[in-house]
Ligand binder design. Sequence first.
Ligand code: PLP
Length: 344
Amino acid sequence: MEITEAHRLWDAAPGWLNTASYGLPPRVAWIALQEALDDWRHGRTSWEGWDTSTARSRAAFAELLGVPTADVAVGSTTSGLLAPVAAALPDIARVVLPDIEFTSNVFPWMVHADRGVEVVAVPPGQLVDAVDRRTTVVTFSAVQSATGEVADFDALVEAARAVGAMVVVDASQAAGWLPLAWSRADVVVASAYKWLMAPRGAAFGYLSPAVRERFRPLQAGWYAGTDPHASYYGPPLRLAEDARKFDISPAWFCFVGAAPALELLVELGVERVNAHNVALANRFRAGLGLPPGDSAIVSTDVPDAESKLAAAGIRAAVRGGRVRVSFHVYSTEADVDAALDALA
Ligand SMILES: Cc1ncc(COP(=O)(O)O)c(C=O)c1O
């Protein structure tokens, strides 16, 4: 299927330019969710059927990132998945991150200040240079929430490797549209309610085998068990051998909505979604007289942009005083042109 045809698989009302805030479900995901909710309402089924969506989601996320399924844990939020990673830092540690980083990848590190974990925040363009022999972790969003800036992933991985630092990436604004050699990082976390178009409450973490042995599965419950269905009661501790030991019990309905959306992204292909999204972003940039970029998110400070877009019924976000628009697989050239007309 051509990507330009794919928007027919959604029911997006024209003018949704805010996937960086939350993504819209494909119809197939919406229907799956309604059916599960209806079954819940009437008590027609047991929950195990809903939980098959968790395994499907995990496998699709792994495929999108090009990492083994066994290295993916499921969670609920970005910050929650990062908590055990940060807790595993030694008492004296230095974490280098961008000063505009979304706080779900800032606070999990900063709460360890009392035991000597220092967070050094620098402008994104200075991140590579800020990595030195004292650095324990380099962490950054692959795509910045506020600006849409795409990180120099390869340069950051190389800088980190040169000093033996761990690389932790927040892919919440990138997974689903940005093709990257994700497995070069040690840890990649993503909330799924934006570009992965799932209901709020599903998140994923790639935890490479080498580093996760150092992490304590601080949130382990029955679902992190070797066999969750044989882990309901009592000792001994019997956790999964792979990244599943970092799972939290899934919020069923979020994953029911997540699985079809992620599988559709796999089918469409991240490269093609990337080409579509960036082309629309660049059509928007050209309309404003800006040079082309490499992001699906455009942040700009057209005067009165917020009220002009709102008056035209276009839904965008304001971040750091600038208007932020974002384009995904269901966005169309008509959406771009409507936004440009509104801003003209
Ligand atoms: C880069 C980034 N990370 C994470 C999140 C959300 O994190 P959490 O799942 O912890 O709420 C957002 C939400 O805007 C984000 O932009």
